[in-house]
Design a protein around this ligand. Structure first.
Ligand code: ADP
Ligand code: MG
Length: 387
């Protein structure tokens, strides 16, 4: 789960990571009263969306006086911001963070993430802050510094010092960076993060290190025990279909190919997608209806998948164990009553009450096809998607 910059900065503050003074604006009416309280100072208006790249896309605007600030905020609130990271529809701006302008002497990059290869938390740092870090990694890999944290020993002071020296920081800032790294590591571990990123971490005019941007991703599987963080979810920033699936308790991930997949169980979903790819197709999504599914949820799941404009054919692959295939078939029939089906659907039912399920679906719709094996089902869905 992703959270907003202002939320991430509030968490940073709690853990002792320095951030600029700021104020959050949610409606245009709040700007003028807030401006009355301002001391003369340049401010930066920052659109709060779940995406980076705002700086180059008009989502970070400097305002030198109150008039500029009011104009900057009203130009953002209620619009959709398109950045290189959002897709062409952009994301809605429902809040703007007003932040004191900080004098920037150096821009550094700092991130903590789970390194799957080593199974450890990796600290990544670079002198090339403010840039797209993937681009730096490609063009100048030697500018990317990494320290892996031992899970039992934790972050060692020597590791923090090594990074600070490699970043070319003078003695006073070495201590600051050390404190920031320990705070971030504590935050990362105690909040079940999968990513904490500061880009840029800047050195200001008074020699202080300050987090100018903040990104925190929380492992979805840990949200049950991160109750406070889970409340920060902003559904307006998510993909509408993924959010709806989430409320229904379904696992739905959009992938961008042409074959929609409705499957029960993550393992079967992987096998189904592998087979689609093996036969030359591309999955459009992955929808796992899970084990304890109701007829209503099957109907909702089905509607969700067929309304994705990228879907040219649907493959339903159910291995009935706890799930009964006839219940699944009834769910599909329910959905067909309220949507007019535009794409072919290939259904493979096996296991508990598969015959009953098949009978229910027989001759019910010209676009509904049934298959006997997964290979046949996958090949057919691919063929139909191309037709
Ligand atoms: P994004 O990563 O979405 O582009 P950032 O928060 O990193 O957004 O801001 C982009 C750039 O805007 C920063 O690299 C920095 O140069 C400038 N900036 C952001 N916040 C401030 C601030 N409070 N004071 C001065 N400059 C800022
Ligand atoms: Mg940034």
């Amino acid at each position: 789960m992703n959270i907003h910059e202002y939320q991430a900065k509030a968490i940073f503050s709690r853990f002792g990571v320095p951030v600029p003074d700021s104020h959050l604006i949610r409606t245009g009416d709040d700007v003028e009263p807030f401006c009355e309280t301002l001391e003369p100072h340049a401010w930066v208006a920052k659109a709060q969306v779940h995406a980076g790249g705002r700086g180059k896309a008009g989502g970070v605007v400097r305002a030198d006086d109150k008039q500029d600030l009011v104009a900057a905020v009203s130009g953002m609130l209620g619009t959709r911001l398109v950045t290189p990271q959002t897709g062409e529809d952009g994301l809605p701006v429902q809040a703007v963070l007003l932040e004191k302008t900080v004098e920037i002497h150096r821009e550094l990059y700092l991130a903590l993430l789970v390194d799957r290869e080593s199974g450890r938390v990796a600290i990544i740092a670079s002198t090339e802050g403010g840039m797209d870090i993937e681009q730096v990694a490609q063009q100048a890999p030697d500018r990317i510094l990494t320290q892996l944290v031992h899970p039992a020993a934790g972050l060692q002071p020597g590791q923090a010092r090594t990074l600070a020296y490699a970043l070319g920081l003078p003695k006073d800032q070495v201590r600051q960076l050390q404190a920031i790294l320990f705070a971030l590591f504590e935050l990362f571990a105690s909040s079940d993060c999968s990513l904490v990123e500061i880009n840029p971490l800047i050195l200001d005019g008074e020699g202080r290190l300050v987090a100018l941007d903040a990104k925190i991703n929380i492992d979805d599987n840990a949200l049950y025990r991160q109750v406070e963080i889970a409340k920060l979810r902003d559904p307006a920033q998510g993909n509408r279909d993924e959010e709806q699936a989430c409320t229904l308790g379904l696992n739905y991930i959009r992938l961008g190919g042409s074959i929609g997949c409705i499957v029960n169980g993550a393992g079967l979903a992987m096998a189904t997608m592998d087979l689609i790819k093996h036969h030359g197709g591309e999955p459009a999504n992955f929808l796992d209806v899970g084990g304890a599914i109701t007829q209503e949820k099957v109907a909702e799941a089905f509607k969700l998948v067929v309304r994705d404009a990228g879907v040219k054919a649907v493959l339903v692959n159910i291995f009935g164990g706890i799930v009964r295939c006839d219940l699944l078939a009834s769910g599909i029939l329910d959905a067909l009553q309220s949507v007019s089906l535009q794409v072919p659907v290939v259904v493979l039912l096996q296991g508990t009450r598969a015959n009953e399920g098949r009978q229910l679906l027989e001759n019910r719709h010209t676009l509904l096809h049934q298959a006997d094996t997964l290979t046949e089902a996958a090949q057919r869905a691919i063929r139909l998607a191309r037709a």
